[in-house]
Design a binder for this molecule. Structure first.
Ligand code: GRG
Length: 272
């Protein structure tokens, strides 16, 4: 059931994203081609789903949430382009296709990431009628900057040069590199939906725990991070604990939060 919901939601988000991205024919064509190539390529759109559902739970509409959901996905896509580059994770493929730098070269890939990050803030700034717009933009910038995703990526790179990495460092990396943006998606959805402080905080924490579980599952698939410290089955137990904690935070919303309960469970079934 959650799979069907995600599929329907993905179609809606893909269409919106295609509308926000500059056309391939727009000058300078190569950068717009690279941006579209890197976004419109089969991503699961999990963060937009979380944002839209969190908004709905707090009484807001999908229509109001979608521009912010797209902004989060543009930011996510930028991070993947940069992460794939030789100076970072050095991955040749992304979503079963050549990575952006493999197709367009490193310089254009770097700039395509920059272009997507900038477009995300442009899309949000257009939502002038959204109450608390400045607070929303502040939250996103905090989640993805040097105290958030960028900081997590920095420590991930530094950890690669260490012989042995300890649990506090792994926790820092997982929280900042991955969970921070996922938590921001849930929090921003709640803010756009007009949630109260308790609801916004519950959804942020839900996003954080779900994001941590998501990254642990990734560690298990990659046999690093949590899997290195706890072993595969110990790491899976840790991930399950985070999922249960995440679901517990949804109690205040009652049955209306069932789709987010299923979403948290769905994270555990993630495959490469
Ligand atoms: C370059 C500043 C900068 C940050 C990069 C997100 C990130 C930080 C790096 C990605 C590395 C990575 C694989 C992290 C784990 C999180 C993860 C599994 C991301 C992939 O997310 P999905 O599964 O991907 O939602 P799709 O393709 O569906 O969008």
């Amino acid at each position: 059931m959650i799979a069907g919901r995600l599929e329907r939601h993905k179609k809606i988000v893909d269409k919106e994203l295609a509308g926000y991205l500059p056309q391939r024919s727009q000058y300078p064509q190569v950068i717009h081609e690279a941006m579209r190539y890197s976004v419109l390529n089969g991503g699961k759109r999990l963060r937009p789903f979380l944002l839209v559902e969190s908004c709905r739970l707090c009484g807001g509409s999908e229509k109001k949430a979608l521009p912010f959901a797209c902004a989060i996905e543009l930011i996510h896509s930028y991070s993947l382009i940069h992460d794939d580059m030789p100076s970072m994770d050095n991955a040749d493929t992304r979503r079963s296709r050549p990575a952006c730098h493999k197709k367009y070269g490193e310089a254009i890939a770097l700039l395509a990431g920059d272009g997507l990050l900038t477009l995300a803030f442009n899309v949000m700034a257009r939502q002038k009628h959204t109450a608390g717009l400045a607070d929303i933009i502040f939250e996103i910038s905090k989640a993805i900057g040097s105290f958030g995703m960028v900081g997590g990526q920095v420590m991930d790179l530094q950890a690669k040069n260490q012989k042995k990495i300890d649990l506090p460092l792994i926790e820092y990396i997982n929280l900042h590199k991955t969970a921070s943006l996922i938590a921001a998606a849930a929090r921003i959805g709640a803010m756009v939906g007009g949630g109260n402080v308790r609801q916004i905080d519950a959804l942020r924490k839900y996003g954080e725990y779900t994001g941590l579980a998501f990254q642990i599952v990734d560690d298990i698939l990659d046999r690093d991070g949590y899997a290195e410290v706890f072993g595969t089955s110990g790491a899976a137990d840790e991930a399950r604990r985070f999922v249960e904690r995440a679901k517990g935070l949804l109690d205040i919303f009652g049955r209306k939060a069932d789709s987010l309960r299923s979403f948290a469970d769905h994270v555990m079934t993630r495959k490469k």
